[in-house]
Design a protein around this ligand. Structure first.
Ligand SMILES: Nc1ncnc2c1ncn2[C@@H]1O[C@H](COP(=O)(O)OP(=O)(O)OP(=O)(O)O)[C@@H](O)[C@H]1O
Length: 224
């Protein structure tokens, strides 16, 4: 089952000291799916990166019962490796490698994820997403196929939490909608906690819960 995410009094400041994010309280149940919307510059990516433990912050940020803000950098990185999958707007693939090599290339060879386990899981994820796990270079795949490979890579470690930043932004509508369905269906089947930042109306409509960020604060929370 996915991990619950809880924020208590979280503040993130920019390099210039400006408050980028001010979240007094926020919580998600394990296995819940949520979308974050808001105008450009509202702090959506910062929020996602804060949830990932990738930006310095003050306050409490709990993954399950663990306050990751209180961990050492090394301990947080270990926990992230074993807990989190990340998907970005740009799939960032190794262009000359095939889908399976890309998808199995998660930076995790810890006890939970041996090389063999990663390859087996990556293969079945690619199969589920309709991508042939052969040696054809990732660079020769379409935008939608490339993003599916990136999602398979993020899921190959079987993460409890999947964070996605504008995952459909570079895709046409039909391809984007197929990816949205893959993301939400896979997360709910596997019981993963899913957070997706998006402007995409189709993604926002598919999310069971949507929050709006404005000026680094949660302005409104809506449930479909
Ligand atoms: N390290 C930093 N130091 C100072 N300011 C920063 C830093 N990182 C981000 N910002 C600023 O914080 C604000 C929020 O940025 P963020 O990328 O989170 O917005 P966003 O809502 O994801 O925007 P978009 O929809 O355009 O991607 C922006 O004004 C950005 O310039």
């Amino acid at each position: 089952m996915g991990l619950a995410l809880t924020i208590e009094g979280l503040t993130v400041r920019g390099d210039d000291g400006r408050t980028l994010l001010d979240i007094p309280s926020f919580s998600m149940a394990g296995g819940e799916a949520l979308a974050i919307r808001g105008p450009s510059g509202a702090g959506k990516t910062t929020f996602l990166m804060a949830l990932a433990g990738l930006v310095p912050c003050s306050g409490r940020l709990l993954w399950g019962d663990t306050d990751i803000a209180a961990l050492s950098d090394a301990a947080r990185a270990r926990l992230r490796r074993d807990t989190l999958g990340l998907v970005f707007q740009d799939p960032n693939l190794f262009e000359e490698l095939g889908p399976l090599d890309n998808a199995a290339l998660a930076a995790s060879f810890g006890p939970r994820n041996t090389r063999a386990t990663l390859r087996t899981r990556a293969e079945s994820l690619l199969d589920r997403f309709g991508i042939k796990a052969d040696n054809r270079a990732a660079g020769s795949h379409s935008g939608g196929e490339r993003q599916r490979i990136a999602v398979a890579r993020a899921l190959a470690t079987n993460p409890l939490v999947l964070l996605a930043d504008e995952p459909t932004a570079s895709l046409d509508r039909a391809t984007g909608e197929a990816l949205i369905e893959d993301l939400f269906t896979e997360a709910s089947t596997a019981g993963r906690t899913l957070v997706a930042v998006s402007h995409d109306e189709a993604l926002l409509a598919r999310a069971p819960r949507v929050i709006t960020l404005i000026g680094g604060r949660i302005a409104e929370a809506a449930r479909a």
